[in-house]
Design a protein. Sequence first.
Length: 171
Amino acid sequence: MNDRLARSVIVVLSAAVVAAVAVLLMGRAPVAGGLDVSALPKLNAMLNGGSAIFLAAGYVFIRRRRIAAHLSCMLSAFGLSILFLISYVVYHFHAGSRPFTGQGWIRPVYFVLLLTHVVLAAAIVPLALTTIWRALAGRFDRHRKIARWTLPIWLYVSVTGVVIYWMLYRW
């Protein structure tokens, strides 16, 4: 696949993912039905946490020039992120959104965290796809340039996903 086609695929996939999640979060009524999705928020937090662990390990491996281990960790983080996205969409399709019930000083903290998480989660889709494409295409100079941005943003999204779960379901 050439760069132009890859860029087009990344743009289309990113737009489709962001649009699908936006539709789910814009107040669409959840689907009534018998599917029990009550375990999915916990699964989503575990997938986000696992992704964060793989991202951190992948960073350590690349710093030690262990390229195969780095690649394995980063692709594992990507795989967990895909599973998270599927689970997240299924949950919100069936259950809708859960309101935050915390009061006092924690309320604005939660909403700032949520806002930054959502904005950066949308941004990470094309960033991660582009970073992975450049690595798999062997364009390592360009891969490194974007990975310097992708890694901290992806880590932030993964970790804040766990924190948001905790604030919504354990607070």
